[in-house]
Ligand binder design. Structure first.
Ligand SMILES: Nc1nc2c(ncn2[C@@H]2O[C@H](COP(=O)(O)OP(=O)(O)OP(=O)(O)O)[C@@H](O)[C@H]2O)c(=O)[nH]1
Ligand SMILES: [Mg+2]
Ligand SMILES: [Zn+2]
Length: 340
């Protein structure tokens, strides 16, 4: 086996050191696909299919490096980052991908570009320790890309925005430069154009793409599993199914980072626990009055703060205890959720 092939998947000395802490004789592999029935793991010996067997803790997800013992994963190497969201149903969390450096927030311009969605997704990326980059794609379908860039940067000052058109090959070199050598995932609604970007960067039709409905440009959930592809110039891309809702977890810190401008102003408020809802000496109120902050930005901030706080409350020890005292059916549900 040569390390050359694994290097293209992102294997490096730091990972090798992690593996060296485990018993001898184990071989590294990267999880390249995860579906309901099992994993595909790429190792120096090729790709092995691993049926879901005895549970590992944590459960491996796409992007994870695992230690294999004769084609069976026996350990997950400590993650550098984990992209996760609140599960659409129930209160568990769903791990989307591991060891991600960059998250491309893909917005097709054939549909409205939503400020709230960009703020949420950026928060999700920061929660994972990854860098968010907005990609406005299908650029030829708008007359005024500049206006869309303004919408994005008003929603999220300072975020990087790339304008791309896969059909015309526009903006692909800039995008390639951003992703090369890194582990990158794409997030966005169904039909946004994620798989088309994956194919353009890979230079081949590796991922299937689907049509969108005429009228509202809604996609048809063409991509159904998360899958990792190796880029020709090095680095990997994780294509994901379109997601309708981006549920936040309890990471209030990540929200603070997304709204660094609000946070900086709020630092000057008279009360350290100011809610910026009419308290005396509130600097946020002043910034709103003199135009340094906009109502739209504050509305986004309030929504995300409330959501993160609610999630933090659900995860708090007191709340957990209160739940455990609930009916047995309740606690059985909770343990089932935990195992997912
Ligand atoms: N005109 C134009 N159409 C594009 C472009 N990129 C993607 N499309 C079209 O948009 C539709 C959806 O593209 P996909 O790449 O399948 O979208 P997706 O985000 O992967 O969708 P899901 O897998 O359902 O989440 C397809 O009909 C593509 O041909 C582009 O740059 N220009
Ligand atoms: Mg797709
Ligand atoms: Zn205040």
């Amino acid at each position: 086996m040569t390390d050359g092939s694994l290097a293209s998947y992102g294997w490096d000395e730091v990972w090798a050191a992690r593996l060296a802490e485990l018993p001898d004789g184990l071989v590294p592999g990267r999880v390249v696909r995860h579906d309901g029935s099992g994993l595909l793991v790429s190792s120096a010996d090729g790709v092995v299919a691993v049926p879901l067997g005895p549970r590992l803790d944590p459960e491996p997800v796409v992007g994870d490096w695992v230690a294999l013992d004769r084609d069976h994963p026996v350990a997950v190497l400590p993650r550098r980052s984990l992209l996760r969201r609140r599960a659409a149903i129930g209160e568990g969390q769903q791990s989307l991908a591991a060891n991600i450096d960059v998250v491309l927030l893909v917005c097709g311009v054939d549909r409205p570009v939503k400020a709230g969605r960009i703020q949420r997704s950026a928060t999700l990326a920061r929660d994972a320790g990854a860098e968010p980059v907005v990609v406005l794609t299908k650029a030829a379908l708008t007359d005024d890309p500049e206006a869309l860039i303004r919408t994005v940067t008003e929603a999220q000052p300072g975020i990087d925005v790339l304008v791309v058109s896969v059909k015309e090959g526009r903006g692909l070199d800039e995008l390639r430069a951003r992703v090369e050598g890194r582990t990158v995932t794409l997030l966005g609604e169904s039909g946004a154009g994620k798989s088309s970007i994956v194919n353009a960067l890979l230079g081949r039709e590796a991922a299937s793409t689907g049509r969108v409905r005429t009228g509202d440009a809604k996609g048809r959930h063409t991509t159904t599993t998360r899958e990792l592809h190796v880029l020709p110039g090095g680095g990997v891309l994780v294509d994901t199914p379109g997601i309708r809702a981006v549920g936040l977890l309890d990471d209030v810190e990540a929200v603070t980072e997304t709204f660094a401008d609000v946070d900086e102003v709020a630092d000057g408020c008279r009360f350290t626990d100011c809610r910026h809802e009419g308290e005396p000496g509130c600097q946020v109120a002043e910034a709103l009055a003199d135009g340094r902050l906009t109502e739209a930005r504050m509305a986004g901030w309030r929504g995300l703060r409330d959501e993160a706080e609610a999630a933090a409350f659900r995860a708090s020890p007191q709340e957990q205890k209160r739940r455990e005292k609930g009916s047995t059916r309740h606690s059985r549900d909770a343990s089932r959720r935990k195992r997912r």
